[in-house]
Ligand binder design. Structure first.
Ligand SMILES: Cc1cc2nc3c(=O)[nH]c(=O)nc-3n(C[C@H](O)[C@H](O)[C@H](O)COP(=O)(O)OP(=O)(O)OC[C@H]3O[C@@H](n4cnc5c(N)ncnc54)[C@H](O)[C@@H]3O)c2cc1C
Length: 582
């Protein structure tokens, strides 16, 4: 197989040469933040790592089509537009938001059925500390469930204890861009691109994975044999791959108690209403800085306090405030219309896929369109010249750290944790994808506790934000009448389909992320989260992956088998003791 030129460890599985079977110590399936965190942790060790990634450097139509599936639940979730199949994973499209779960998020809450992680916040803390490096956040200290630092903009001050500020950090980049060079330098890592795993095949007694079957888009197949296999394909695909792996074990792997795919959760988001009157910049300003490009700023997000979650028996939640602009003055409108004419980069597959996913997930209020879109450029230029006073006014606002156009009102969007629910699940549909695999079917459901949380948190956030602005909260009709939310959206945080539980009757992996009943099959990613908490998941995914990497390293050492050392052309055991020569 051909090494990609100048790319060291990267191998193109589609290059047309004979596809060989491979042997390795650890086979990681999936090159998103979960898989790459493990590869990163094991780079330059004596452990041979082979990472299989279905996509390539950029998204392309054929590979992305492997994500297509059905949505049959309470809330629509289009699996083709909620994740990206390319090296680096979905996080390539992210908003750079890194956040920690809180200690309460790990606890068994008596008002949240099936809540509670098998370990507490303090057990994950050392890995949160280490995970900072993966996102270029080494200089950011961690507090309890928070990043420490002074946000660029002053957070709102809430006058009641129900709503508090939590602090997140903007990553300097995602692991695939920040650490590609380190992976390239490591001589114990091979990364195969265009290599889709279609099955994990267990031994005849079903107790261990013997090999994984890899398929290229042109249909050619080969096998990778590994001491340990880690599934890191994302929150939907981890469950799908276990279900698809049914040639030896009917019903799929780790599914003896019908747990695989169950407890699917996201952070549903919906509009709560609007704030009118008062000084709206007091609630919108802190949010503006979430988009600081390339920086590692600390940002504040209003969330429910632990006390109010306990006393009102609700799940965790956060809120964001989006300003809705007034009609821009003619000079500003003309300049914006001119800017929109600037030639954009030529559309290609990758750009179209990325745009489609981002649009499908972006539900913030639209900014004002100018109504000048059909005017010729010369007329727009003339208008913006004549509107110089408008432009000066807008500039003055910007220089005093305000938005160029003042808002007429603010729209509030809630983002909610969900209660674990066995009926909310990922299953296989009947249709086949281009590789002959059954497509995924998403049955995403909400529970009465979810609804109770939407209503309670919706009012708490609305009232608290209105008091900060000195304005009034006008709830949307669903919140006012206590009915079901009119529109809810997913936020591409796919959680819970291979949940962690000490008993195989209650989950798919144990507290070490090992699939129950298998010695050498493990899962990385948010599919193992027992509950979703308030936070975006990727920072916790990375911390858990580093924890799993430590575990694998220790397991290989304890097994005392010879570990292939590619650099030396010998095998040594993981403690560093030379073993047999090949
Ligand atoms: C638009 C958008 C914005 C987001 N913003 C944020 C944010 O600000 N903060 C945050 O924390 N999270 C955010 N997320 C979520 C974040 O992207 C995910 O939490 C994260 O990418 C999950 O990492 P993962 O490695 O588990 O899965 P993925 O990123 O999905 O990576 C899985 C990888 O496995 C590959 N793969 C899948 N199946 C196979 C197979 N059978 N064989 C081989 N390879 C396979 C895929 O191609 C992919 O590269 C956002 C997501 C989107 C879509």
């Amino acid at each position: 197989m051909r090494l990609l030129e100048g790319e060291g460890v990267f191998i193109d599985y589609l290059d047309g040469s004979a596809i060989a079977d491979l042997d390795t110590d650890i086979c990681i399936v999936g090159g998103g933040p979960a898989g790459l965190s493990i590869a990163y942790a094991l780079a330059d060790s004596h452990i041979d790592v082979c990472l299989l990634e279905s996509g390539t450097w950029t998204g392309n139509r054929e590979t992305q089509a492997l994500c297509i599936g059905d949505s049959i639940g309470n809330i629509d979730l289009d699996p083709a537009n909620a994740r990206l199949r390319a090296f680096g994973g979905s996080v390539r499209l992210w908003g750079n938001g890194c956040a920690l779960l809180t200690p309460l998020d790990f606890e068994a809450r008596d008002w949240v059925p099936e809540s509670g992680w098998p370990f507490d916040y303090d057990a994950l803390l050392p890995y949160y500390e280490r995970a900072r490096e993966l996102f270029g956040l080494e200089s950011r200290a961690l507090g309890r469930g928070n990043f420490v630092g002074t946000p660029k903009r002053t957070p709102p001050t809430f006058d009641a204890p129900e709503v508090i500020n939590r602090f997140t950090a903007s990553a300097a980049g995602d692991p695939s861009s920040l650490h590609r060079a380190r992976l390239q330098r490591a001589d114990n890592i091979r990364i195969l691109l265009n290599a889709t795993v279609v099955e994990c095949v267990p031994s005849a007694n079903g107790a261990a994975i013997e090999r994984v079957t890899v398929q290229a888009r042109d249909g050619r197949r080969s096998h990778v044999r590994a001491r340990h296999v880690v599934l890191a394909c994302g929150g939907i695909e981890n469950a799908r791959l276990l279900l698809l792996s049914d040639s030896v074990t009917p019903g799929g792997l780790g599914n003896g108690y019908d747990q695989v795919g169950r407890y699917f959760m996201d952070h549903p988001s919906g509009r709560l209403g609007r704030i009118v009157g008062g000084d709206l910049s007091r609630v919108t300003h802190p949010d503006d800085c979430l988009a600081v490009p390339g920086g590692t700023a600390v940002n504040s997000l209003p969330c429910l306090s632990d006390d109010v979650q306990r006393s009102r028996r609700v799940l965790n939640a956060r809120v964001r405030a989006f300003p809705v602009e007034a009609e821009p003055a003619p000079g500003v409108a003309a300049l914006r219309a001119l800017r929109a004419r600037r030639p954009s980069s030529p559309a290609n597959d990758n750009l179209l896929i990325e745009r489609r996913i981002c649009e499908a997930l972006d539900h913030r209020p639209a900014t004002h369109t100018s109504g000048m879109t059909n005017d010729p450029a010369w007329r727009l230029a003339l208008r913006s010249g004549l509107g110089a006073a408008d432009l000066l006014h807008a500039l003055a606002r910007k220089l005093t750290d305000r938005s160029t156009i003042g808002p007429t009102h603010v729209e509030l969007f809630g983002f909610f944790e969900q209660a674990p629910n066995a009926a909310s699940r990922i299953t296989l549909g009947r249709e086949l994808d281009a590789l002959g695999q059954r497509r995924v079917r998403v049955d995403w459901r909400i529970t009465p506790l979810d609804l109770h949380t939407f209503h309670t948190a919706g009012w708490l956030f609305g009232d608290a934000m209105a008091r900060v602005a000195g304005g009034r909260f006008e709830p949307d009709e669903w919140l006012h009448s206590k009915s079901d939310p009119t529109v809810l959206h997913g936020t591409a945080h796919h959680i819970g389909t291979t949940r962690m539980a000490d008993s195989p009757h209650r989950g798919v992996v144990d507290r070490h992320c090992r699939v129950h009943g298998f010695d050498n099959l493990h899962v990385a990613g948010s599919s193992v989260f027992p509950t979703g908490g308030w936070a975006f998941p990727t920072f916790t995914i990375a911390a858990l992956s580093l924890r799993l990497a430590d575990r694998l390293r220790a397991r290989l050492a304890a097994e005392r088998g010879p570990v292939w050392d590619r650099g030396a052309g010998t095998a040594i055991d993981a403690t560093g003791v030379p073993g047999w020569r090949t």
